[in-house]
Design a protein around this ligand. Structure first.
Ligand code: E4P
Length: 217
C-alpha cells in the first residue's frame, strides 16, 4: 500500500519524507489556500517546490470545469515536473479530459469520487488514480469504506489498472481498513500516518527497558 500525505504544507511534507515511508503527495485548491498560496505563479512554483522535496507522485488539481480549460491547465501542470499528476474532477468534461491525458501519457487523479459508477467511468477513461473521499461519506452517515470495497471488486472483475487512492482519510482506522480491503494508496494527514505507531504497551515497555538499563549501569 502506498502512503501519500494530503497537504500543501512543505514542512509537513518534509517531515513525512524524512520518515522514509512516503510515496507521494496530494493537494487540492482548499489545501493550497490554507497555506496562503494564491496567484497562478505562486501556485505553480509551490508545486515545483513540493516535487523537489519528495520522490513520488504529486497531485495538482485543475480549476477549470470545461474540457478545453482542463486540457490547457493540465498540460501546463504536467509540464512543470515529471512527478506531477493532473487532478481532475469526475464530471463529464473531466472524464473526456482524462481520456485525452491518458492517451498522451500524462498521469491523472480522478477526484471527488463518491460512487462506484463514477469510479467505473474514471477507470474506463484510463485514470492513473481514482480518489474516493471516504471521510466525507462518513460525515453524512454514508459508508466510505464500503465504497472502497465496491470499487476494488469492480476493478478486479475487469483487471482495471487504475489505482484506488483512498482519499479524505481522517484517522488510523481508515488506513488499516483500507489496507485490509486492498486500496492501492491512501492519502491523509500526518496524524493518520504517525498514529499507526502509537501503542501504550510500546511506551510502557520502552520506559521499563530504559529504567532497567539505568539500574544496571
Ligand atoms: C484528496 O485528494 C483530497 O485532497 C482530500 O483527501 C480531501 O480530504 P478532506 O475531506 O479531509 O478535505
Amino acid at each position: 500500500m502506498k502512503f501519500f500525505i494530503d497537504t500543501a504544507n512543505l514542512e509537513q511534507i518534509k517531515e513525512a519524507q524524512a520518515l522514509g515511508i512516503l510515496d507521494g503527495v496530494t493537494t487540492n485548491p482548499s489545501l493550497m489556500a490554507k497555506e496562503g498560496i494564491t496567484g497562478q505563479d505562486n501556485i505553480l512554483k509551490h508545486y515545483v517546490d513540493i516535487c523537489s522535496v519528495v520522490t513520488g507522485d504529486v497531485s495538482a488539481e485543475v480549476i477549470s470545469t470545461d474540457y478545453e480549460g482542463i486540457v490547457q491547465e493540465g498540460e501546463t501542470l504536467a509540464a512543470l515536473h515529471p512527478q506531477i499528476v493532473v487532478k481532475v474532477p469526475v464530471i463529464q468534461d473531466g472524464i473526456k479530459a482524462i481520456r485525452y491525458f491518458s492517451d498522451k501519457g500524462i498521469k491523472t487523479n480522478c477526484t471527488l469520487v463518491f460512487s462506484a459508477g463514477q469510479a467505473l467511468l474514471a477507470a474506463k477513461a484510463g485514470a492513473t488514480y481514482v480518489s474516493p473521499f471516504i471521510g466525507r461519506l462518513d460525515d453524512i452517515s454514508a459508508d466510505g469504506l464500503n465504497l472502497i470495497d465496491e470499487i476494488r471488486l469492480i476493478y478486479d472483475n475487469y483487471d482495471f489498472k487504475t489505482q484506488i487512492l483512498a482519499a479524505s482519510v481522517r484517522h488510523t482506522m481508515h488506513v488499516l481498513e483500507c489496507a485490509k480491503i486492498g486500496a492501492d494508496v491512501m492519502t491523509g494527514p500526518m496524524s493518520s500516518i504517525v498514529g499507526l505507531l502509537k501503542h501504550p504497551l510500546t511506551d510502557s515497555g520502552l520506559a521499563q527497558f530504559l529504567a532497567d538499563h539505568k539500574k544496571g549501569n
